[in-house]
Design a binder for this molecule. Structure first.
Ligand code: VGL
Ligand code: ZN
Length: 195
């Protein structure tokens, strides 16, 4: 039997306009995600929310050999969830990137509050299908979806609830094509059906 959960990836201030690693229109995903949250809540299904959560010094940052300006440094305003996000009671936070040697993007490298790996947390709740939205299409969303498929989860990407960085023009489009090619489905708010 299909048992679904909603996975909201990295909807944090630093990835939204005005943030340290702002995605154009990154905050435009918030209303769509809030609508999906309502529908999962109404269906009694779990919501997982991932956060990029870096130390001040990490190989993930340019200054220490990585690719990115400093962003989502733990406990800073930039690392907070976007204030418009209406997280339901019981949402499970998955923290990732919090080690100084971590340069990973995937929710599957993250852990819940009890230190359980994301995949274990999902399996522990009998979940086998993930609906994924958030930021950024071409990094954390892409890598999380590809890892989910590898781990044997069914995946549906919420097209109206993702936005990409597009370091190279077209990266987000290519990421979506790749996720579909590897087995993901896609939907939008209008087509969405939890069955
Ligand atoms: C992300 C770049 C660096 C993401 C995280 O959440 O997609 N992108 N760190
Ligand atoms: Zn990061």
């Amino acid at each position: 039997m299909k048992k679904s959960a909603l996975v909201i990836v990295d909807v944090q201030n630093d990835f939204c306009p005005g943030g340290a690693l702002a995605i154009e229109n990154g905050d435009a995903v918030v209303p769509a995600i809030n609508r999906y949250i309502e529908r999962f809540k109404a269906a009694g299904l779990l919501v997982y929310v991932t956060r990029d959560w870096h130390p001040e010094k990490t190989i993930h940052f340019k200054e220490y050999g990585g690719k990115w300006p400093a962003h989502c440094v733990k406990w800073t305003v930039g690392a907070r969830f976007h204030p418009g996000l209406r997280l339901p009671e019981g949402a499970v936070i998955i923290t990732k990137g919090d080690g100084p040697d971590e340069d990973s993007y995937s929710a599957f490298d993250g852990k819940d509050h009890g230190g359980r790996q994301f995949s274990e947390a999902l399996r522990g709740n009998g979940i086998n299908h993930l609906y994924v939205g958030g930021l950024a299409t071409d990094y954390c969303v892409r890598q999380s979806v590809l890892d989910a498929l590898k781990e044997g989860f069914g995946v549906t990407v919420l097209l109206d609830a993702v936005r990409g960085v597009d370091v190279n023009p077209g990266d987000s489009r290519r990421a979506i094509d790749e996720m579909i090619e590897k087995g993901a489905d896609t939907t939008t708010s209008e087509e969405f059906d939890l069955s």
